[in-house]
Design a protein. Structure first.
Length: 365
């Protein structure tokens, strides 16, 4: 079971270093990460003395079940707005200064809270909890491994049962069914299933194109059993592959290998991105790789850190990231290979187990 108390203690130490006596956590995912509460419209007021959830009657029982170690104040939705409940809780805690998540509070809402909390200094912060979430603890890693296993088992089942008259959407539906039958909650995000030329759409959604209309298909999917998610991409081949696709597959596979080899503690995310990007550029496809190399995964499908030319985060043990280089040729097709990778004390561990060699991508319809 996750140690939410320990996570709050880590955050409190960060706040202490910044000389912040307390914090109002308003982002739903951050509240979940710090308390285990999985509902919404609920804030966490955190001080060294206590952790207090501010919610409404819909969640009274849920908070008791999910967060037995956290106090709660349940406001009346008929006559007590959230800002009033927050102000009462802050004054009860005798706080004169309060940090808040500036990334998740609009200017208008900030003005309302500033008026309600007159006399309390509101200090904007950015990314404090998100940065903490980037390094996974043992419980989180275990849940991510389960999510990966669910995704891989569902993929194997679906690709073994593909038919020529099956559509992209039907394949996606079958995959979600398999995930749920295996005990999962469903997809980690809307899956990408692109047959033939549609695989050149980096974020193409499953549609009505049938598998028999081409000889290959790109699958980008993930699963979750609890809160944590997986994210994998594979090309499936069931006929003669166009020469251009075969060529770029080899380039993308080597770019991914070089990037994974580069991953380790103390390494910059920009460096890792650069290794893969340079290999693709040297092969003549620089303009055909238009997205970042990857991102962290966890409660959200896109978390810190991020691999791109615009980021310079230092990797640390416990981070779980995707490595997903790609080349996309409009009208022909695209190749992306994506795996989930754990940063370890000595380097990297690839958590996904689906084979990546092109020969292993071949299936029968």
């Amino acid at each position: 079971m996750a140690d939410y108390h320990k996570r709050r203690e880590v955050l409190l130490r960060t706040l202490k270093k910044r000389k912040l006596p307390g914090m109002l956590v308003t982002d739903d995912m951050n509240v979940t990460y710090l308390t285990g509460f999985t509902g919404d419209s609920t804030f966490l007021l955190l001080t060294p003395e206590k952790a207090l959830l501010i919610s409404d009657p819909r969640y009274t029982t849920q908070i008791e079940e999910e967060c037995p170690d956290v106090e709660a104040t349940i406001r009346s939705t008929s006559n007590v707005p959230m800002k009033t409940a927050v102000a009462e809780a802050v004054r009860s805690s005798k706080l004169r200064s309060l940090a808040f998540e500036a990334d998740h509070l609009s200017t208008a809402t900030h003005a309302e809270y500033a008026a309600a909390l007159e006399g309390v200094e509101l200090t904007p912060t950015s990314g404090i909890v998100v940065e903490q979430r980037a390094v996974k603890d043992a419980d989180e890693l275990a849940e991510i491994r389960v999510a990966i296993d669910l995704a891989e088992r569902s993929f194997r089942a679906v690709t073994a049962a593909l038919r020529g008259d099956m559509t992209e959407a039907q394949a996606a539906a079958e995959m979600e069914y398999r995930i749920r039958m295996l005990g999962g909650r469903g997809f980690a995000f809307d899956p990408i299933v692109g047959v033939g030329p549609r695989s050149a759409l980096p974020h193409g959604r499953a549609g009505e194109t049938r598998f028999e209309e081409s000889t290959f298909c790109l699958f980008d999917w993930g699963a979750r059993k609890t809160l944590y998610r997986s994210d994998i991409t594979r090309l499936v081949v069931y006929g003669k592959l166009p020469a251009k696709i075969e060529k770029i597959y080899a380039i993308v596979l080597e770019a991914q290998r070089l990037a994974i080899e580069k991953i380790g503690p103390g390494v910059s995310t920009r460096e890792v991105d650069s290794v893969a990007r340079k290999h693709i550029a040297d092969a003549g496809y620089e303009k055909k790789f238009g997205h970042g190399l990857g991102h962290g995964i966890g409660i959200a499908i896109h978390e810190q850190p991020r691999f791109s030319a615009l980021t310079d985060t230092t990797l640390a043990p416990g981070m779980v990231v995707t490595v997903e280089p790609g080349i996309y040729l409009p009208g022909v097709g695209g190749v992306r290979i994506e795996d989930d990778v754990l940063v370890t004390a000595k380097g990297a561990e690839v958590l996904t187990s689906l084979p990546r060699d092109l020969d292993a991508c071949v299936v029968s319809l």
